[in-house]
Write a protein that binds this ligand. Sequence first.
Ligand code: ARG
Length: 462
Amino acid sequence: MASLWSGRFEKDMDETVKQFNASIFFDKRMYQEDIDGSIAHATMLGKQGIITQEEAEQIIGGLESIRQDIAQGRIQFTVEDEDIHMGVESRLIARIGDVGKKLHTARSRNDQCQVDARLYLKRQIRQILDSLRTLESIILEKAEKYADEITIGFTHTQHAQPITIGFLFMAYFQMFRRDMERLMDTYRRMDYCPLGSCALAGTAMPIDRFQTAEQLGFAAPTENAMDSVADRDYSLEFLSDAAISMMHISRWAEEFVWWNASEFSYIAIDDSFCTGSSIMPQKKNPDMAELLRGKAGRVYGDLMQLLTVMKGTPLAYDKDFQEDKEGLFDAIDTWKACIDIFAGMLHKTEFRLDQIHQQLDKGFLNATDAADHFAKQGIPFREAHSIVGRMVRACEKKGCDFAGLTEADLQSIDSRITKASLGDISIKACVNTRTSFGGTAPEEVRRQIQAGKQWLDSLASL
Ligand code: ARG
């Protein structure tokens, strides 16, 4: 079958070249957007008198019937279609005849593929934002539930200071909040319509790009035709957003794997989010958490792939750019699935407080608080730090905690300190007194939860 562009060719394409050249097998997922773009274009051509109103209506009718047929699986695309743009257009011509040949007036596949990709990505971003919104509400619910429950805060994977579980949840809330804000920024920056940029330089036809932009739900048409067909930075921004967010998911997933490890058992992940072993009957493995941790690598790869494809490509369109789609689609699918799976797993995970409580008296979680108490009594903090350091050493020698040190032990470390001057350094007090803005005290965590809720409720849909 001769291609729609084959006028200047004497020979047909080699079969292997056809396969190599075709993007239909992956860009057919943008068929809705391709048809929406063509309908807006035909409507505008009709209104501007570039084609007649009647011709525009015929084209639109044909496109709608093709849409139905694709949706209902009555159209099977093959390599002969080359890409979704040719696939739809050649079927339109087959269906409505010569009038169909007028659709491609004042348009090129170079702008068409960008209209499709931007419309498709905008739709996907809205869905990903919905998924992130659900994840954030689950985090808020859990943060509220565990606002008073104490756990171990780590640095260098060593016991550091006591914190509340709610506080930890709110740390991740902030990360996903920024992921959402980044994605909304990306959306607003890419919300411009390339349609009518044509091959690279615009057109001498009296088109109305403002009308098509409006009909397709864009904020405005893009400013420069050459930029419109050559730029893929909106995809790169999306891929960067996805990579950063996948990094967040991966870090929390790693904490899940860790908390779930036999030696910790801080959490119980629901059976429905675990798998068994084909040989070891007793096993219940945190495979979903591990997969979530691993999937970040794949999305980083998608970002690196497109950055590498785009590097050094001259303006305007180059066929290299056809390589922009598979990685983008993969990142969209992967990121969205990971958010949804993570949200589900989080929702169904319970903390095993009994297990956590057994660990709270290990590792001198209250050491900073002891130093703070001395500092409040006028001992310079650096000296207080050193005194508590020596107390830790004494405890390790005696095999006790701070409470096990006698008055004599304390006096021999520093004459300025007594049991009374240690103050209340119970784990509960350590947490409850950390009321500084952004701190871990339950009342402060509740303020953070309130602020988080307000932000989430105030989000307007895009
Ligand atoms: N399938 C191509 C793509 O996705 C269509 C763009 C135009 N192709 C061309 N040879 N000018 O990039």
